[in-house]
Design a protein around this ligand. Structure first.
Ligand code: HEM
Length: 202
């Protein structure tokens, strides 16, 4: 049964609040000096974690919509997508500001020296046109098909983001978390491929 509760005007502000909570919690811990011995590192990492979780959640909306038979869930996909982008953008800005002291040459050197940073940057660059065209006016201007084709980049960007995470942690032999995120991504992409295959067979 379709849940009309999903149309309730309080849902959108409540979801915005929910998405802002990790950020508010981080800022609170930063101000209270509770981010440990290396607050900059904790901040960058936590923002990256929430960015990746957000991307996976955004990709999960369509399978959830179909499996739970709740077409109205689609109304909130853009909200999750934009919040994920905001976390990733803050992740990048904090890295540039606190890790590299706003020195662009240092950032460029890091991009060439550490492949996991380069992969993260590629993921970020792929997300840029998606964020820029996430609004209804851009969708209308591009036309449904082209907009959809462009927004398929989110699969590539999320795959690169998982690789970025995997690569960074693998240097420290910490596999479990990246493996969990990669498995979730594989499930989400596998579901889509299976659905496309079923469609092609019919
Ligand atoms: C879609 C884009 C991105 C996502 C989803 C993402 C996500 C992540 C995640 C999950 C981590 C690991 C956090 C942890 O260990 O708990 C991480 C680490 C890191 N990311 Fe990203 N990232 C992205 C793009 C970038 C970009 C563009 C840069 C910089 C150019 C960057 C720089 C870093 C750095 C420096 C770390 C390691 C932090 C440390 O060890 O101190 N990331 N990122």
């Amino acid at each position: 049964m379709i849940q009309p509760a999903l149309l309730h005007p309080a849902i959108r502000p409540a979801l915005h609040l929910l998405c802002a909570l990790p950020l508010a919690w981080l800022v609170w811990r930063l101000l209270a000096q509770q981010l440990g011995a290396n607050p900059a590192e904790a901040l960058i990492r936590s923002l990256g974690d929430w960015g990746l979780r957000g991307l996976l959640l955004t990709l999960a909306i369509t399978p959830l919509r179909v499996m739970l038979q709740q077409p109205l869930l689609l109304r909130y996909r853009r909200l999750f997508g934009l919040w994920s982008f905001a976390y990733v953008l803050l992740h990048l800005l904090c890295y540039v500001a606190f890790d590299k002291g706003l020195d662009v040459n240092e950032v460029l050197r890091d991009l060439l020296k550490r492949p996991f940073i380069l992969v993260g940057m590629l993921a970020f660059v792929l997300l840029l046109p998606l964020a820029a065209t996430s609004f209804s006016a851009a969708q209308r201007r591009l036309g449904g098909r082209r907009w959809q084709a462009l927004h398929r980049l989110v699969y590539v960007a999320t795959t690169l983001a998982c690789l970025h995470f995997w690569w960074m942690r693998s240097g420290k032999n910490l596999w479990v978390e990246p493996a969990v995120y990669a498995s979730l991504l594989a499930l989400l992409l596998g579901w889509r491929l299976h659905r496309a295959w079923l469609r092609a067979c019919n």
